[in-house]
Design a protein around this ligand. Structure first.
Ligand code: CTP
Length: 403
């Protein structure tokens, strides 16, 4: 998350029944390359032992003002300065209230006052406590000061009530932390990304599709979110439910015609960037039937007709306008040199601002990709084999530079 070294996360754990889930959150962050140090409130220790966190994080836990973690260092100030981000999960109503009013009676509250790092809070409490106007006012006060809140989930609560108050998933807390640490170069930008294959029905049980997994588009969506954008993903049928931040809007479609409709309707909302990463079927059966085709009546061939080219259509609508910044993808077979030439031809024909080319063997079914990024001037950049998340980062670097 932090360029060049592991991100340093201070995890604040407060006295909520959800405190036991903080162990899982610590592990989640560590698995993704972060160093985690925990500061616990006294009440949190009633729910989970500091030893659990010390064993998981391999770091001492800060519990009181009076213990020395390093000789000569003031524990809470050292921790506040060390942090790249302070994540309070679960954040109890009491902790939120005291933080809003600037109390410093515990090491965690003191860290929250002293740190210059971004603060992320994930509340967990009884629904009535959460919805109480005082709690909501405290949340607004902190949010206005830049604290990022990860809204609790709705469901059965440990106290017996049903409603909003369950601690958000570790992945959501992680996404929000990444966003707090990310560059803000897409802040407030509306980014539409299409991804995945489309399915063209032959009959109710058969279809024509392709091998696209949608992983590249999902990586692009996460990256755009990390950089502060408002993201809309239009996706075809994916083999796995993508783990995307819940604040990313997801529009699920099946056919090329539905994808076209979804993408074109997004155009009316004036997006800043449109990325067509979907592998849209070029053809569909001319006459899909509503009853299953039986072996005895199987046709020897299926007549196909062309689907509209969505990227071309968006490019035509855009004309000379700088917005939306239009990005296309092209999957080819052949040599890397042929790839650049073909991608450049497609960029001009479809009036895109940037075109990303990859070879089928480098991309399909993989978590890595190797691409070339071609821009209007004909300049291109080669991105050697890397994780799709890293390729997405480099693609957005190019978009931000050119856009
Ligand atoms: N695309 C689209 N609508 C289609 C087909 C493709 O929007 N019906 C978009 C893809 O999302 C991608 C780009 O066009 O961004 C390139 O798709 P590709 O299939 O490689 O291009 P084609 O023009 O279909 O060229 P060919 O199949 O001849 O290589």
């Amino acid at each position: 998350m932090t360029k060049g070294r592991a991100s340093r996360i201070v995890l604040g754990v407060t006295g909520s029944i959800a405190a036991y889930k903080a162990a899982e959150i610590a592990r989640y962050f560590m698995k993704r390359g972060c160093v985690v140090r925990v500061v616990m409130s006294e009440a949190a220790e009633k729910f989970i032992s500091p030893l659990t966190f010390e064993s998981i994080t391999q770091q001492p836990v800060l519990r009181t003002f009076w213990e020395e973690t390093q000789p000569g260092a003031i524990g809470h100030i050292a921790l506040a300065d060390w942090a790249d981000a302070v994540v309070v999960a679960p954040a109890s109503a009491d902790c939120i209230a005291k933080a809003a009013f600037g109390f410093a009676e515990s090491p965690l509250l003191a860290v929250l006052l002293a740190t210059k790092a971004p603060v992320i809070m994930a509340p967990a409490m009884n629904v009535n406590m959460y919805e109480h106007p005082q709690t909501q006012e405290n949340i607004s006060t902190l949010a206005a000061r830049g604290v990022a809140f990860v809204e609790p989930d709705t469901g059965d609560l440990a106290c017996g009530w049903k409603g909003r108050g369950r601690l958000a998933e570790a992945s959501e807390i992680f996404f929000e932390t990444k966003r707090s640490l990310g560059p803000k170069d897409l802040l407030g930008k509306r980014v539409v990304i299409s991804t995945g294959p489309t399915r063209e029905a032959i009959d109710p049980v058969r279809f024509i599709s392709n091998r696209s997994s949608g992983k590249m588009g999902v990586a692009l969506a996460k990256e755009a979110y990390r950089r502060g954008a408002q993201v809309i993903v239009v996706h075809g049928p994916l083999s796995m439910t993508p783990r995307l931040p819940r604040r990313v809007s997801k529009i699920s479609v099946t056919s090329a015609a539905q994808m076209r409709e979804a993408v074109l309707s997004q155009l009316s909302l004036s997006p800043d960037i449109v990325i067509m990463a979907a592998a849209v079927a070029d053809y569909r059966p001319a006459a899909p039937v509503s009853e299953k085709i039986k072996k005895s009546t199987s046709p020897s061939s299926i007549e196909l007709i062309s689907n509209a080219d969505i990227l071309l259509e968006v490019g035509e609508k855009k004309g000379e306008s700088p917005r939306p910044f239009l990005v296309g993808f092209a999957v080819e077979t052949g040599t890397p040199e042929e790839l650049v030439a073909e991608v450049t031809r497609k960029l001009i024909r479809k009036n895109a601002d940037l075109m990303v080319g990859n070879l089928a063997q480098d991309s399909f079914d993989k978590d890595t990709n190797r691409v070339c990024v071609v821009c209007r001037s004909g300049e291109y950049e080669s991105i050697e084999t890397a994780k799709k998340s890293e390729v997405a980062r480099r693609i957005f670097d190019a978009i931000v530079k050119k856009g």
